[in-house]
Design a protein around this ligand. Structure first.
Ligand SMILES: *Cc1c(COP(=O)(O)O)cnc(C)c1O
Length: 383
């Protein structure tokens, strides 16, 4: 039996959680462990500013508010993504304009963005699917040409790079997730990364219920008060303590995931070369974090049989995503620009393989053998 996901657990997390409660006596937000997480990520990723949030979703909400978009404005994003990429911008009243993805990476197709830009467009939201970067040079160039902001949904991209730069630090704002299904976790949590320091103060205010409490703590104002829009986006220091234990061992966790990814990629290559499946590609200049591994079946019917077969072997292989543009809320809050050549077709035939920190060789082999066994009875479809 191989579970699809096991939440990352290094082993030192509970010592730090205990320290937060019993030594620091600080369990609300912005305590010592939160500061250590911020500093670790700012240094490691060469990020101007990192702020922990309660989820990847709320990191995206902060990015949406900080982008300054509102009703009447349009935001360009892929349809092949998790709902949060869309809900964050829908909450501030923006209209969502979905663009097709590339079949090789399942990332937004940079060549199809410009045609979707109108005079109302304000932001391009990119999603680094599977921790493999979008074509950021082309996207930044478009953004500059049309005076747009770029938000990176780097929920899956912690520790990945594009031409040497950490994902999340390339656009105006970057968003990480530390959900238990992601590479590093605090249960529920995330972070927003800010490229330009002129956004720092408003970011701190929005995150702290619209108050200038952060400035107050630093002694920059003598009382704190409600000064702007806001919510409560800061996580408990206990959760930050849990995360910090994993950040300290980030390379080790990354290596374990990448080893599984590479094993799958090597072992399944022959099936792909013989035309039975399609596998992900990693473009030039991208270094990924082994966030997830997927393969593409011929069609929905074959995928349904594949998932059932793997389940019969005790192996969890879920699929995602139902395209947002054809979902009930997507129909209400957005529109698809151009032809949906890849999004729906490939979302119906993509399936994920188990991948988590600490997977054993036996588990990896079991998965690969079961995949091979299933395709023995199938016909090739890629010429
Ligand atoms: C996980 C994920 C999110 C949401 O993160 P949460 O921490 O669960 O709120 C957003 N976008 C993408 C692409 C994700 O994979």
């Amino acid at each position: 039996m191989v579970q699809f996901n096991v939440p990352p657990y290094y082993g030192t997390e509970m010592d730090y959680v205990r320290e937060a409660a019993e030594v620091n006596h600080k369990i609300c937000g912005d305590g010592p462990f939160t500061r250590r997480c911020h500093k670790w990520m700012e240094q490691r990723f060469a990020a101007q500013k990192v702020l922990l949030t309660t989820s990847g979703t709320t990191a995206l909400e902060m990015a949406a508010i900080l982008s300054g978009v509102g009703p009447g404005d349009e935001v360009i994003l892929p349809s092949f993504t998790f709902s949060s990429t869309a809900t964050a911008f829908q909450l501030v009243g923006a209209t969502l304009v979905f663009v097709d993805v590339r079949p090789d990476t399942m990332n937004i197709d940079e060549a199809k963005i410009e045609a979707a830009i109108t005079e109302r467009t304000r932001v391009i939201v990119v999603v680094h699917y599977a921790g493999i970067s979008c074509e950021m040079d082309a996207i930044l160039k478009l953004a500059q040409k049309h005076n747009l902001m770029v938000v990176e949904d780097a929920a899956q991209g912690v520790m990945s790079t594009y031409k040497g730069r950490a994902l999340g630090t390339i656009g105006d704002f970057g968003c990480f997730s530390f959900h238990e299904t992601k590479n590093y976790s605090m249960g529920e949590g995330g972070a927003v990364l800010i490229r330009d320091e002129r956004h720092n103060e408003l970011a701190e205010i929005i995150r702290e219920k619209g108050t200038n409490r952060s400035r107050f703590y630093r002694g920059q104002v003598d009382k704190y008060t409600w000064v702007d829009r806001g919510s409560s986006y800061l996580p408990s220091d206990m959760n930050a303590a849990y995360l910090f234990a994993q950040l300290e061992h980030a390379d080790e966790i990354n290596e374990s995931r990448r080893a599984t990814w590479e094993f799958y990629h090597k072992e399944l290559r022959t099936l792909a070369e013989d035309g039975f499946i399609e596998l992900p590609i990693v473009p030039e200049g991208c270094v990924h974090n082994g966030h997830l591994y997927y393969l593409k079946c011929r069609d929905l019917d074959q995928r349904t049989r594949f998932i059932a077969f793997m389940r019969s072997r005790g192996i969890g292989c879920p699929f995602h995503y139902i395209p947002l543009h054809s979902s009930p809320a997507g129909l209400r809050f957005g529109r698809f620009h151009g032809e949906d050549a890849v999004t729906t077709r490939d979302s119906e035939r993509l399936t994920r393989l188990p991948l988590y920190y600490g997977m054993t060789d036996e588990e990896r082999v079991e998965v690969v053998n079961s995949v091979k066994e299933f395709f023995v009875g199938e016909e090739p479809f890629v010429s």
